[in-house]
Design a protein around this ligand. Sequence first.
Ligand code: ATP
Length: 301
Amino acid sequence: MDIIDLKKTIGKKEIIKGISFQIQRGEVFGFLGPNGAGKTTTIRMMVGLMGITAGDVRIEGKSIKSDYQAAVQHVGAIVENPEMYPFLSGWKNLQQFARMVDGVTDERIREVVALVGLEKAIHEKAGRYSLGMRQRLGIAQALLHNPSILILDEPTNGLDPSGIREIRMYLRKLAAEENVAVIVSSHMLSEIELMCDRIGIIKNGKMVAIEPVQAKSEDTSVVIVRLEAEPIEGALQIVKGHVMDDVVVEENVLTFSMTRETIPAVVKALAMKDVAIYSIHQQHTSLEDKFFDLIGENTIG
Ligand SMILES: Nc1ncnc2c1ncn2[C@@H]1O[C@H](COP(=O)(O)OP(=O)(O)OP(=O)(O)O)[C@@H](O)[C@H]1O
């Protein structure tokens, strides 16, 4: 998918001021920016729900402006909350949608249900689903026609941490196993950092940076740790064996970087050597710092 110098003016206000980026199959791309930055407007243009003032969107080489039908047939999207019939089962809901799309068989419905991990609950009424399950049913619905691109506007909105974790897991799986290009928007870096390969930061209708995300899993990501402990020499001896680079020592505080999965082992080793831990916490990652620098504020949503 190619987004080429996309612009939107509503009335006299230029809301989107020339956004360009590309996304490949198999990739999860995060669209990050504070509220009002222009994410929804850009996504609405990308999926043909809103007219384009200037620029173009090309999907599998087809222009959404001049070849609308051919372009959008490759797109699956959830832009507003997915509409469900609460009194029908998840399965019946999908069958309803399948009727509106050519060539969707029960076999395909079974496939998408498995892709989002709803096999067990699919014959229960959709009204009884948790928000996370409803999101996944929405994703299943968007996948029915076998799109090559899946676009989700704020898919983690309102979900609890376990719901966010599940969505993250299924979106990554979709990209990897189905070779779908996935685009998700969010105003929370922490929520999309772990699920994306790249993140585009949007501010005031412009793309201000596109950054690759190095660490893909929560456990292998490198974090900066600040440890307050006593005696500090004893703590230093133990910590040294696990760190990625130098340890900074300041009075009774050590600052160092290590993978997140290493933290429990280090804490255990410290406790076994009778080192007293007064506090331990993770500091911002570099991507977070960069995001705050670009957005120019400390809170974003
Ligand atoms: N129909 C419209 N008429 C006038 N202004 C609009 C319209 N739609 C959006 N805007 C303005 O365009 C800007 C971008 O809105 P948009 O909804 O795309 O932002 P967003 O990044 O998706 O934010 P949010 O996370 O709050 O949805 C906002 O300042 C908004 O007020």
